[in-house]
Design a protein around this ligand. Structure first.
Ligand code: NAD
Length: 479
């Protein structure tokens, strides 16, 4: 089967394609046309067990490979992702719905994760800790063993790469469970890994929904869990990990504040915030969900952000518009419902709010003004192209509004005064804060949440801490 084949993909276990134990399959749909792209195998708990067994059996050989060799193999994965970039982007765009340009960026990020972490493979050094004369202490960094990775549908390929690359480099083997509505790119990645020299059993992919996800998080052969998704599912994963005392990294949702100070460049702020909330149709955990805008520039900001919103072209991802459809029907209904909730709560619809009159899950970029922070649309993650604009009168109030949510994933400050911006940035409770930009940082910078946005950090060198554990060895040198 070709790496980029999308028809009839099976599970990838122990280096081979294999049907699900029940032979059951399910369809993955094109969100732009609501037609079937293909079917994939529906993994059961039994299939997850096969995948975990393969990962366990391959773990000793993988962890004992010289780090430089692991590095070369992981680097080869990056090269092959780049070789297949156009086809991978086409698959991702069709399966997820995102514009081709954004899918290409995701593929480039996926390659960068493998490249970046390949360079770290032979730099996972321990320490020697000074004690008394008769003692020597050494620390070593060791892999956990099998890493179970549960992936959401908004960045299927790049989030899979984000977890898989550091896990492999640290010497773990991996079982990935992609989201049921976007399984295709993870299957392609599994085959790319195999072609690049990742040994059989080191990377396994089991497709399906909650059943294999729950089976993976409860499996006592899994030594570490990485979950990216919603808060309720994250809670379930953590509860289940507690039964086996398995460490978890949770990357959950956000309701991220973008503070626009009175002295901000309003054009610039509106452009960044439009990018922050309308990229990937707002289906981004770190989207700019709430614009918190000084009352003196509130009307001007609304004019500019509405101009931005109305300039977006919409269409199937493969036509490379500015914005594609929402990923699936149930989610589309939920986002539309939030627009109604906002209007019932007393918000004003400045633009958008309407689905396109065509097949597919298309919602125009939507701006709601006159929002108060205790409204549901200001508190709950909508995960769609819906911006809530909230006024404030002084800096303390801006920070209070920014932090008055249960999340703490990302935030942003727009101001021409860098001192003021930095002081506000320090006060915002979030794992990432952007100053005069949005989606700052990259593969090299740690990313994760405070409060209910999660536990642990992905990306950057720090992510390697999530995939390795420290052993302290003490030696008696006393004579
Ligand atoms: P989700 O929680 O519904 O599903 C995530 C994954 O968990 C899917 O693979 C799903 O099949 C699986 N799953 C479902 N039930 C399960 C169970 N009981 N046990 C184990 N796994 C189970 O999330 P979603 O709708 O796919 O993604 C959207 C959410 O992801 C949003 O809340 C978004 O903010 C969050 N997200 C966070 C980040 C981040 O890095 N912080 C990145 C992307 C998305």
């Amino acid at each position: 089967m070709s790496v980029l084949e999308t028809t009839g993909r099976d599970l990838f276990i122990d280096g081979d394609w294999t049907t699900a134990s029940t032979d059951e399959r399910f369809a993955t749909m094109d969100p732009a046309t609501e037609t079937e792209v293909t079917t994939v195998a529906a993994a059961t708990a039994e299939d997850v067990d096969r995948a975990v067994t393969a990962a366990r059996e391959s773990a000793p050989a993988w962890r004992s490979k010289p780090p430089a060799e692991r590095s070369r193999i992981v680097r080869a994965v990056a090269d092959r992702i780049r070789d297949a970039a156009s086809e991978l982007a086409a698959i991702e765009s069709r399966d997820q719905g995102k514009p081709l340009t954004q899918a290409r960026d995701d593929v480039a990020d996926a390659a960068r994760y493998f490249e970046y972490y390949a360079g770290a493979a032979d730099k996972l050094e321990g320490e020697s800790i000074p004690l008394d004369e008769g003692s020597l202490n050494l620390t070593t960094r060791e892999p956990y063993g099998v890493s179970g990775q549960i992936i959401p549908w908004n960045f299927p390929l790049s989030i899979t790469a984000r977890g898989m690359a550091p896990a492999l480099v640290a010497g773990n083997t991996v079982v990935v469970k992609p989201a049921p509505t976007t399984p295709l790119s993870a299957l392609s990645l599994a085959e790319i890994c195999s072609d690049a020299g990742v040994p059989d059993g080191v990377v396994n992919v089991v497709t399906g929904g909650a059943e294999p996800g729950a089976a993976l998080s409860a499996h006592d052969g899994v030594d570490q869990l990485t979950f990216t998704g919603s808060v309720p599912t994250g809670e379930a994963v953590m509860r289940s990990a507690a039964e086996t005392i398995t460490p978890v990294t949770l990357e959950l949702g956000g309701k991220n504040p973008a503070i626009v100070m009175a002295d901000a460049d309003i054009d610039d702020a509106a452009r960044w915030i439009a990018t922050g909330i309308f990229t990937n149709a707002g289906q981004i955990c770190s989207a700019a969900d709430r614009a918190i805008v000084h009352e003196s520039v509130y009307d001007e900001f609304i004019d500019r952000i509405v101009d931005q919103a109305e300039s977006y072209t919409l269409g199937p991802g493969q036509d490379d518009p500015d914005m594609g459809p929402l990923n699936h029907a149930e989610h589309f209904e939920s986002v539309l419902e939030y627009v109604d909730v906002g209007l019932e709560e007393g918000a004003t619809l400045e633009t958008g709010g309407e689905p396109l009159d065509r097949d597919g899950h298309f919602l125009r970029p939507t701006v709601l003004s006159d929002v108060e922070n205790d409204m549901r649309i200001a508190q709950e993650e909508i995960f769609g192209p819906v911006l809530a604009v909230i006024p404030f009168s002084d800096r303390e109030e801006a920070v209070e509004i920014a932090n008055d949510v249960e999340f703490g994933l990302a935030g942003g400050v727009f101001s021409r005064d860098v001192k003021r911006a930095l002081n506000v940035a320090r006060d915002v409770d979030a794992g990432s804060v952007y100053v005069n930009e949005w989606f700052g940082g990259s593969v090299e910078t740690p990313f994760g949440g405070m409060a209910k946005s999660g536990i642990g950090r992905e990306k950057g060198f720090e992510a390697l801490d999530s995939y390795s554990q420290t052993k302290s060895i003490s030696v008696n040198l006393g004579e």
